[in-house]
Design a protein around this ligand. Structure first.
Ligand SMILES: O=C(O)c1ccccc1NCC(=O)[C@H](O)[C@H](O)COP(=O)(O)O
Length: 197
């Protein structure tokens, strides 16, 4: 299972996440988030990362031109897009992308599963809130192309064992405080994911 650690705001956390075994690091380009990072600050972090760590830029209701520009400036390899208001024209994105489903019900998942998607819990603040998606909503779904986000941590990861998700995404579950990661929590989270595989 792929592991993405989201909400990276500084180099120490980025290097610790990579060392802990994360496959991908997420950078939040939504300026109302406490985890917002300016694109050229993110680029400095990206330049210092070891090879084979994927960089993911997070966007909330942005147009494609903005996403292309920020991904270029910040050296993101993938865009993770919340597009509730249909601002994004995916046909003109120059970067690979994964859409976010902010699930309020089982129906939201079943109706929107096509290709790879990230399923997060619906919260007003868009993400990083530690709220979980009900696991039973996945009971009738093939999870092999789904990245699960929302409220995951080292203590509850064993609950997803039988679902075979493509990946997991965590932010607040490995934080010491908003925007600051806890190294030991990241190590424990990656170990917990590896233990169920
Ligand atoms: O993390 C944020 O502050 C954020 C703000 C706006 C949109 C998305 C945001 N985070 C999205 C993520 O990918 C989080 O990792 C995901 O929501 C899971 O968060 P958590 O429940 O804290 O693990």
């Amino acid at each position: 299972m792929k592991i993405k650690i989201c909400g990276i705001t500084n180099l120490d956390d980025a290097l610790a996440a990579a060392e802990a075994g994360a496959d991908a690091l997420g950078f939040v380009f939504y300026d109302k988030s406490p985890r917002y990072i300016e694109p050229f600050e993110a680029r400095k972090i990206v330049d210092a990362l070891p090879p084979f760590i994927q960089t993911v830029g997070l966007f909330v209701n942005e147009n494609s031109g903005y996403i292309n520009q920020v991904c270029t400036n910040a050296k993101m390899q993938l865009a993770q897009v919340i597009d509730d208001d249909s601002f994004t024209d995916f046909d003109v994105l120059k970067f690979k992308y994964i859409k976010v489903i902010r699930a309020k019900s089982e129906k939201d998942i079943i109706e929107n599963i096509n290709n790879y998607v990230l399923v997060d819990a619906f919260v007003e603040e868009f993400g990083g809130a530690g709220k979980r998606v009900a696991l039973e909503w996945f009971n009738k779904v093939d999870c092999s192309k789904i990245v699960l986000a929302g409220g995951l941590n080292q203590n509850n990861i064993s609950e997803i064992k039988d679902y075979s998700f493509y990946g997991v995404d965590v932010s607040s579950g490995v934080e010491a405080s908003k925007g600051k990661k806890d190294k030991q929590k990241m190590v424990n989270f990656v170990k917990a994911v590896n233990d169920i595989q």
